[in-house]
Design a protein around this ligand. Structure first.
Ligand code: ZN
Length: 435
């Protein structure tokens, strides 16, 4: 199959870890994804580079699956996340804290998710791309508030996460909390994907505009969709192919107009996963709002339950020194051994871990100076792929390092976010996992 993006015409490596990078526009066409994937695999999954033979075996198995009559709905799906504002006073409903945003990204980065560009998901959905990596996530940010530049962009850039910004030109540069075209251009030059959120952010369906007759409505709608596309293309210089319906308000007629105005795909606010064969003009998203806990976030990403035993340190334990974090997976035979991983989120980076597929034991050594970790709660996450269903499963628990060194100024936000866990979570988040 032909990909419309020649930079990524090779099949996506199946075991890569965040292999699809935010890359500056000036670097387009340079470097190869394969080299990146090899580099990233050293960080991922089993914490060691997979041998070429083993990789070939995995690829062979994956390629053979369609021949074995695999159901289409067992092919990888993706979650599209929709953010609005990170710490800004304009719309409290959709505002999330800087810490929450960072926590989401850290979790995606460290626990086996693969952040992919919207373009790749569109190609996959439309049958123009063979596959996407497992646990695929697309990050989108709506509207065009300055926090996209001041808060979100630095965090996304730091992690090389690709993302799409849906803006509506009518607000750009017009208020103190709206982005400027210069800021948008800077993000685009660094690899951000700038797309359309209509021209002035109105409700788009006809029933919201009863005073307009059909002809007037058609002309108005055409302007909202086409003007936005034209202006963004002119100001930013990238091709605008995607539309996010304002307020998620759309119907068959709006979708048809979007296609007519030249959009390849359009995104809704309907909750759900995006699968191969989904209607590209009705792509579902998972809208993040401030009432959502971290446990909700993880649950909505779709992980099923996983059993853990013999966790060290024990939940709530604070014995010194903690040098190893480990757990045993009782039903490990049901898991794909190449997919099992462990991360301690507060370490902030992927630390190599050891997994013994014969016993289901997984562990990570902590050699970081414990001073920086003292007096805080830490969350360990274990994840894997169920061998039969291909679905992600996950469990987590929290533990605490003893507080011997006084913390002069522990930020209130962190203290409030982390609460002690009384027991080991088994996938379905419990009340004590909530922020
Ligand atoms: Zn919006």
């Amino acid at each position: 199959m032909k990909s419309s993006d020649s930079r990524h015409s090779q099949p996506i490596p199946f075991r890569g870890y965040n292999v699809l990078k935010l890359r500056p526009r000036s670097a387009a066409g340079k470097g190869t994804d394969v080299a990146e994937a090899r580099h990233q695999v050293t960080k991922g999954f089993n914490g060691r580079l997979m041998s070429a033979r083993a990789l070939a075996a995995v690829v062979a198995v994956v390629l053979a699956l369609p021949l074995l009559g695999q159901e289409p709905d067992q092919r990888p799906d993706a979650t599209v996340l929709c953010y609005h504002i990170v710490e800004s006073p304009s719309d409290e409903r959709m505002e999330i804290s800087r810490e929450t945003f960072r926590q989401h990204l850290q979790y995606l980065e460290m626990t086996g998710y693969n952040v992919i560009p919207l373009q790749h998901l569109y190609e996959y959905v439309a049958g123009k791309r063979e596959s996407i990596p497992p646990n695929a996530v697309v990050i989108t940010i709506d509207d065009g508030w300055t926090s996209a530049y001041t808060e979100a962009f630095p965090e996304l850039k730091k992690r090389n996460f690709p993302f799409t910004l849906f803006i509506y030109p009518n607000i750009i540069g017009k208020t103190s909390i709206a982005l400027s075209w210069d800021q948008i251009k800077e993000m685009a030059d660094a690899g951000a994907d700038i797309q359309s959120h209509s021209f002035s952010h109105p409700f788009l369906t006809k029933r919201r505009h009863p005073s307009l007759d059909d002809a007037k409505y058609a002309a108005w709608l055409q302007r909202e969709l086409a003007d936005s596309k034209r202006i963004i293309e002119k100001k930013v210089g990238n091709k605008v192919r995607f539309l996010a319906y304002p307020y998620g308000d759309y119907d068959t007629r709006v979708a048809a107009f979007a296609a007519k105005a030249g959009y390849d795909a359009a995104l809704t606010c309907d909750f759900g996963k995006v699968k191969v064969g989904s209607n590209p003009l009705r792509m579902k998203r998972f809208v993040i709002d401030k009432r959502m806990s971290f446990a909700d976030f993880r649950r909505y990403l779709g992980a099923g339950a996983m059993q853990l035993a013999d966790v060290t340190p024990k939940p709530g334990d604070s014995k010194d020194p903690v040098t190893v974090v480990s757990a045993r997976i009782p039903n490990h035979e049901q898991l794909d051994p190449t997919s099992v991983g462990l991360a301690v989120l507060s370490l902030g980076d992927v630390v190599p871990y050891a997994y013994d597929a014969t016993t289901g034991s997984i562990s990570v050594e902590i050699d970081e100076k414990p001073e920086t970790l003292r007096g805080k709660y830490h969350r360990a996450v274990v994840w894997a792929r169920d061998a039969k269903s291909g679905k992600r499963v996950e469990a987590s628990w929290t533990f605490r390092f003893p507080e011997e060194v006084p913390q002069p100024q522990q930020p209130a936000a962190i203290a409030a976010r982390l609460t002690p866990a009384a027991g080991v979570a088994t996938g379905a988040p419990t009340a004590n996992e909530r922020r």
